[in-house]
Design a protein. Sequence first.
Length: 167
Amino acid sequence: MRFPKKAATDEVVEKISKLKGPNKAERGGLMLLANAFANQDTQLQRRSARIKHNMLVALNKAFPDVDRQLIGDIVADLDSLWDTGQKLDKELKKLFQMRFPEHRSHLGDFLAFIEAVQIDMVQFWIGNLRKRIPRLRKALDQQERNERRRARTKLPKQAGSPASMLR
């Protein structure tokens, strides 16, 4: 894990040093923790953008004749699935830190998150992919057939047939 940039950390430390009143240390710790999580979210967003870009480049290279909209839609659905998995990972870490029975209401929020985001949204993106992937597979098959045809028509000419060589 990378640490936040020095300037951002200095800003948080300056804010913490200005805190007054009871529980100053706890509030300062929470501010540092919030800053670290914000930095982690930024890193996840950058990683997601890099993954999305790499998928788009790879699929565009692999399918030069396929509709760009289809490839873009597939990349968007795959990226959304990846992001959802990252959010689930983050929520599971929160779940592991919960103490019961005092965090029972947080457990209800977690279950609502699973139901709404993880199940409903993932089903939506998978449904989209189920429609789009067969079109991409069909394009792949067509591309392979075209390459085989081109290979057959471009066979090198031989100096002579075996029958003419015997004469």
